[in-house]
Design a protein around this ligand. Structure first.
Ligand code: APR
Length: 242
């Protein structure tokens, strides 16, 4: 079990604002495949084909089916102790923000509420043409559902090459600037602008902690690198704190 340095406990005890930023690794122990690394989704499938506007325009049924497959998987899995520990952190600290790149809705199901969804949420859909939002399941009368405006309906997630929701990225940058302790958990730190958030936090004076099973490009600038499974390290951190 990874030791929690006393220095981190001290920083957390006095921190006015704590921010946690998560990637796919935090859901790996729930059984949701990550995108990169061993068994990563992008090792077998093409992000351009399945997670880009061009890919959707070229083959909307394929992209829609892939997201239906991922949504069925998301409905079959449960939040893991890492998600639950982050939910406890929200109650432990007066000023806590969770930023996530994940679209699997597992943080929400674990009970986290103050969440900035940087890349959207795959439980929601929107019209490709008029952007109308569709919460919850869509009854699939036909292979590819269409909006009343005639546009195709797509998952409400950010695809490669698309801009992030303006409010989400502004709030995330503001939270990183205000953080006294900033956690980067389960992300390869390879996709912008999420990968810049820990750097912004560090430059603003935050104590930066990385939790990952392996080092990343962020490891060298983090104040502390806790190598281990987020579903084990985070509950251990909570136990040390409470
Ligand atoms: N505990 C902690 N870290 C883990 C665990 C675990 N149990 N399992 C895997 N990891 C780490 C891996 O070492 C890797 O660094 O999680 C990271 C997952 O990296 P990616 O698969 O690249 O996921 P992420 O960083 O979230 O990708 C960012 O890329 O494809 C886009 O939009 C997609 O939001 C995604 C973005």
């Amino acid at each position: 079990m990874t030791d929690i340095p006393e220095q981190l406990i001290e920083h957390l005890r006095s921190a006015a604002k704590v921010v946690v930023s998560t990637g796919a690794g935090v859901s790996a122990e729930s059984g949701v495949p990550t995108f990169r690394g061993k068994d990563g989704i992008w090792n077998k499938m093409s992000p351009q084909e399945l997670a880009s506007v061009d890919g959707f325009m070229a083959n909307p049924e394929l992209v829609w089916d892939w997201y239906q497959y991922r949504r069925e998987l998301m409905n079959k899995v449960e939040p893991n102790p890492g998600h639950e520990a982050i939910c406890k952190m929200e109650r432990l600290f007066d000023n806590f923000v969770l930023i996530t790149q994940n679209v699997d809705n597992l943080h929400q199901r674990a009970g986290s509420s103050n969440i900035i969804e940087l890349h959207g949420n795959a439980t929601r859909n929107k019209c490709f043409s008029c952007n109308e939002l569709f919460e919850g399941d869509i009854n699939l009368k036909d292979k590819l559902p269409h909006c009343h405006c005639g546009g195709m309906i797509r998952p409400d997630v950010v695809w490669f090459g698309e801009m992030l929701p303006e409010r989400a990225i502004q709030n995330a940058i503001k939270s990183a600037e205000e953080a006294e302790v900033f956690f980067s958990v389960g992300t390869s730190a390879m996709v912008q602008p999420a990968a810049s958030l820990p750097l912004i936090a560090r430059q603003a004076g935050a104590f930066v902690v990385e939790i990952n099973i392996e080092s990343t490009s962020l490891t060298n600038i983090a104040d502390i690198f806790l190598q281990g499974l987020s579903g084990e390290v985070l509950p251990h951190l909570i136990a040390e704190l409470t």
